[in-house]
Write a protein that binds this ligand. Structure first.
Ligand code: MG
Length: 279
């Protein structure tokens, strides 16, 4: 694999099945490359279908303090300490105690009410997170009960299990589009969200970072599923991390795209070690 030596590099990474193992959600095998990124000061931007609270917990476990993108591009979260180094108009941002939040999607309550209406009117068969008991969430996600509760604290999207035909899925997708909603396929679930995606959110963050440094930034993105395609298209280098659960998605043309040999976090480690080896 090639190496790159730009001073300004951002790593944008999916979590489930990419930085985290598909089955046990561990990032241990990616730790050598992750530690190297931390010591070199290369930002590691989570770009995930996970919620804000789940992502924040994983960031703190891994000692990562960089911005992150949650619920498939539905919101960008920027730590205040990070933002203090950037010049950015904060008028469109919301703030919490320690972070700035840019919502790009729609509220979950709006999305869930539209889904309920579609189900009643058209008879589609699916089960959303908001319809599941905790025990069902645990069995469908493979998470512990505590972590499944965090996964259900969503703000901008609704994951669902599709239990209807392929033909009905196409009709469902069209109905969602007419309502200003999108359907994305993740590793385990379909996700219904506003008109946003991981690529739009990453581009916003890249522009912010680039404006600050006044020089081009190389974005390396890592993902494993269909919902990562927009992020890959927004990246300079696209790394498809091999999955034990499904083939690498057909993502169309990208001028610099690789697929790892190893799966999940071991693949993450392989790719990043190779790319930043010369830094
Ligand atoms: Mg994934």
């Amino acid at each position: 694999m090639m190496t790159c030596s730009s001073l300004h590099t951002l790593i944008a990474t999916d979590l489930d099945g990419t930085l985290l193992d598909h089955s046990n959600y561990s990032s241990d095998q990616a730790q050598p490359a992750l530690s190297r990124c931390l010591s070199l000061g290369i930002p590691v931007i989570f770009n995930t279908s996970k919620t804000r609270i789940e992502s924040a917990q994983i960031r703190s476990q891994l000692n990562i303090n960089d911005p992150y993108i949650v619920e498939n591009g539905s919101a960008i979260i920027i730590p205040k300490a990070w933002m203090a180094r950037l010049s950015c108009d904060t008028s469109a941002l919301l703030q919490t105690a320690n972070e700035w939040v840019l919502p790009l999607g729609l509220s979950r309550s709006h999305i869930v009410s539209q889904l309920k209406r579609l189900k009643a009117e058209r008879g589609f068969r699916f089960t959303g997170f908001s319809d599941m008991r905790l025990s069902e969430l645990v069995s469908h996600t493979g998470l512990s009960a505590g972590d499944a509760e965090l996964a259900n604290q969503r703000e901008y999207s609704e994951p669902l299990l599709w239990q209807d035909s392929k033909a009905a899925l196409t009709i469902f997708k069209n109905c969602l589009e007419k309502l200003g909603l999108r359907l994305l396929k993740g590793g385990r679930f379909y996700h219904v969200l506003g008109q946003t995606d991981k690529g739009q959110a990453l581009n916003w963050l890249k522009d912010l970072y680039q404006n600050q440094h006044g020089s081009p930034t190389t974005v390396i993105a890592l993902g494993d599923s269909h919902n990562d395609i927009d992020m890959m298209q927004a990246a300079d280098i696209a790394i498809w991390v091999r999955s034990p659960a499904h083939p690498v998605p057909d993502a169309g043309y990208h001028r610099l795209s690789f697929t790892t040999r190893a799966q999940g976090p071991a693949g993450w480690n392989e790719a990043i070690t190779s790319l930043i080896g010369s830094y």
